[in-house]
Design a protein. Structure first.
Length: 45
């Protein structure tokens, strides 16, 4: 299902954005980390 990876990515983004607000971390870097950490999408079947 595509909802699982999407939910995980959303949760990671929320956590990253929360930490970024405190330490002012670059957003593009966090985006790259999330995309590289998330596993490839499962087959359509």
């Amino acid at each position: 299902m595509r909802t699982l990876p999407l939910a995980a990515a959303a949760a990671l983004l929320v956590l990253l954005s929360g930490c970024g607000d405190k330490q002012e971390m670059p957003r593009p870097v966090s985006f790259e980390v999330v995309s590289s950490t998330t596993p490839p999408p499962p087959p359509s079947r």
